[in-house]
Ligand binder design. Sequence first.
Ligand SMILES: Cc1cc2nc3c(=O)[nH]c(=O)nc-3n(C[C@H](O)[C@H](O)[C@H](O)COP(=O)(O)OP(=O)(O)OC[C@H]3O[C@@H](n4cnc5c(N)ncnc54)[C@H](O)[C@@H]3O)c2cc1C
Length: 504
Amino acid sequence: MDMETTDVVIAGAGPTGLMLAYELRTAGIRVTLLDRLPGRTGESRAGGIHARTMEVLDQRGLLDRIHERGNPLPAGHFGGLRMDFSDLATRRPYALTVLQSVLEAELESSVTELGVDVAWSSPVVAVEQDTDGVEVTVEQPHGTRRIRAAYLVGCDGGRSTVRKLVGIGFDGTDATMTGMLADVELADPPTDRIFAQRNGPGDFSAIQFQPGWYRLLVQRHDLVLDRNTELTFAAFRDHFTEVAGTDFGMHSPRWVSHFGDAARQADRYREGRVFLAGDAAHIHFPAGGQGLNLGVQDAVNLGWKLAAALRADAADALLESYAAERYPVATRVLHNTRAQTALMRPGVHTDALRDTMRELLEVDQVRHHLGLMVTALDIRYPTESEHPLAGRRVPDADLSTDEGDTTVHALLRHARPVLLVLGDTDAPSVRGWTDRLDVRHAETETEHWTIPDLGDIPQPRAVLIRPDGYVAWATNDEVTTDLTDLLTRWFGPAATAVRDRAIA
Ligand SMILES: Cc1cc2nc3c(=O)[nH]c(=O)nc-3n(C[C@H](O)[C@H](O)[C@H](O)COP(=O)(O)OP(=O)(O)OC[C@H]3O[C@@H](n4cnc5c(N)ncnc54)[C@H](O)[C@@H]3O)c2cc1C
């Protein structure tokens, strides 16, 4: 059996694996993208994306096609309690309802345009690694395939084979309740969108996703269904009717499924040359719709770092920063989804807690705090800098440049770092990194940038933006700093240093 070679093997072509493949290919990395399934299932799954994911997709020019196929919703929820998003400080202060199947189809076609096809019916079944690389065994219908790569990333979902094969634990809390859903047509639909209406042992929702069909959801707190139990349409109808008192004349199911509130996180995101991302690294109840968002953002954090390790000889510390940055983000999501399921439990005590929370959500500061948490607009990665932008996502300010009007996020289309120099400021020296870093000069009409969780801050004079849209360095003073250490840490040694080492 011949051994194939590539730079990165990605196990799993769900949203996380697709986004990672896009990031790596854009950076010129060879990618092999494998999925155990024979093809796309067409299951609708997740119902939408939040503001930070829209920003991340927009940074790469991927949002427009997805946005056209979705519907903006001005609000989200926390534990079923409505939260208005319309005053959050982002270009798109809303949630976008778009089916996961649509998002996957669009991402897959973008990845295909970059020359990567998903290898279907290709489950990863064995992994071995040494100091230089990783060997992946794939069991295909016509035989076994062996691939050697520099890195393997397990984007293979909550039951991740990769995670198990490399011995990473997945501790957390077991399910305490069951959510059930069916995508159906309704003979007798409700006149309004029903969301999380509480009744008896749980709550139910009836949401028109697209003309002609609805997603019905019922959550029961008196029942824990085994993940491996198949839920029939008849059983779904019985559960729904018992909680809702009607079945709305449901018929013609497209998809019936169930899920629990088990919340688990991988005990580490890396074992040598093998990384985990997306549901393979964390699972939780889909409260507030955060899982897919988390996975896409894991991929965008990891992609440029793997590319820098492979192409620019970046130090291993850069790869370590993936877990240092993304692990606490997922821990917080697990925490907030546990809080949300607690808020959904039946009973008068929870009713009282919900009333109290509803009152609290009328306080703008509380609503902003939870809204920014669910939309991931308030992430701040660990940083030693005291500049308020450091570690935060760069705001998407309007810019005028010599090449015309643009926005900060549009500068990130090529997944390269950007040194943005504003106004009449001298650019710091980045000689040695111009092969992988873009320097852009621009003017703006504003004197302030708005940070979602801070408010207005004076616009910086220069800002160094990582390919994932987070700020590595910023200054409001004349630039006198020598950026050599910072640039080396984030983007690898200067080009001359790499060349000198190769010659030596
Ligand atoms: C009812 C429901 C509603 C949801 N709503 C939302 C929402 O509104 N917003 C949100 O953000 N999230 C939501 N989620 C969560 C979201 O669906 C997941 O977080 C998301 O699918 C995770 O993407 P992923 O790519 O990490 O994993 P997956 O989508 O699970 O993809 C993993 C892929 O890996 C493949 N695979 C598995 N094993 C192997 C192997 N050995 N070798 C190769 N390939 C393999 C699988 O076939 C699959 O294609 C919802 C989930 C559910 C169940």
